[in-house]
Design a protein around this ligand. Structure first.
Ligand code: GLY
Length: 333
């Protein structure tokens, strides 16, 4: 019986032996490309591509893609259909970042269905990076956003069902497994784009973990944890249990690893290995996923556990959906 450490080393070696599927180069001179986390990254990329495909900016593209994820679908982990916290409040987190270091963020915002656009307004219209809670809500209303309850009947029903046991335990990739009841409790859309001018941007938006403590903020609105973009190097974004990304400043770590010469996939794998090294026991039960794009537009991803998908869209391919490799390679599901 191998020890956990030797199993992990073996798994890491095995994972390193096979390269991730390489995204082929864009077939037009533009080189524009967008990549997003999870299966819903495919339609979100399509929304972003309505901007990028016309020569629009990476920043406008990621906002458009994230907006689609927030209201164009009904998903229990992002936007207006997000599941509430344990007290029944739907609180949303989002951030946006440009490759030149401009960034904006909102956390624990209520009643506003496009937190990504509020984050952009924070970036563009305030001297700050981050607004939280009622301050973020008031700012959004002052900017013309409509306040409305985001708690859907489905979310309310799921919450009342959860209250019967009120047990809180992150589970891995439930959305991917499509179990009855759709009890997904960690999943986020993170999006990275490069435009025809070679400028990069990223966006990240989520309702966070279902049944979280009221006031809990995950990685998604934290610049450096859920998202980081640097035009000199590339960008990275994260999904999964946000506390691990915050502990390791995960997206910044991935970008810095690319700065040191790692490919996007290798940088993501190194960052996941760091998460495991810090909390080996907890890592058996948590999902952590990174997606990265370098300034050449090369895309890579890696996850702690099997089941993480990501979508890539460029002028040659509009709906590519790929599965990332994982450090824990056992067939768990
Ligand atoms: N990654 C999303 C969250 O933990 O809130």
């Amino acid at each position: 019986m191998p020890s956990r450490r030797s199993f992990l080393q073996t798994s890491l070696l095995a994972a390193g032996a096979t390269a991730l599927p390489k995204v082929r180069a864009a077939t037009t001179p533009s080189g524009a490309r967008v990549a997003s986390t999870w299966d819903f990254g495919v339609p979100a990329n399509a929304a972003a591509w309505t901007v990028l495909g016309k020569g629009g900016s990476a920043l406008d593209a990621v906002e458009a893609g994230a907006r689609w994820a927030e209201t164009g679908q009904c998903n229990s982990t992002v936007g207006r259909c997000g599941y509430p916290d344990r007290d029944g409040y739907v609180t949303l987190d989002a951030c946006i970042m440009d490759g030149d270091g401009r960034c904006g963020s909102v956390a624990a915002i209520e009643d506003i269905d496009h937190p990504i656009s509020v984050a952009r307004r924070v970036m563009e219209k305030t001297p700050h990076v981050m607004l939280v809670g009622d301050g973020a809500r008031q700012f959004a209303i002052s900017e013309g956003f409509k306040a409305q309850s985001l708690r859907t009947p489905e979310a309310e029903k799921a919450w009342r069902e959860w209250l019967k046991t009120a047990q809180y335990k992150p589970e891995i990739n439930i959305e991917q497994r499509k179990l009855p009841g759709n009890k997904e409790n960690h999943d986020t859309i993170g999006m990275l784009a490069i435009d025809a001018n070679g400028h990069m941007a990223g966006a990240c938006t989520t309702s966070g973990m279902a049944w979280k403590m009221h006031g809990r903020v995950g990685d998604s609105p934290i610049i450096g944890a859920g998202l980081y973009v640097d035009n000199d190097v590339g960008g990275a974004t994260a999904s999964g249990v946000g506390e691990e990304m915050i502990r390791n400043v995960g997206s910044f770590l991935v970008v810095e690893l690319m700065r040191q010469g790692h490919s996007p996939a290798d940088a993501c794998r190194e960052a996941i290995a760091r998460v495991v090294h810090k909390r080996p026991e907890a890592s058996k039960e948590l999902q952590v996923c990174f997606l990265a794009m370098n300034k050449q537009g090369e895309v890579g991803a890696f996850a702690l556990h099997k089941g993480f998908s990501y979508a890539v869209c460029d002028s040659g391919k509009q709906d590519a959906l790929l599965s990332s490799q994982a450090i824990y390679t056992t067939e768990k599901y």
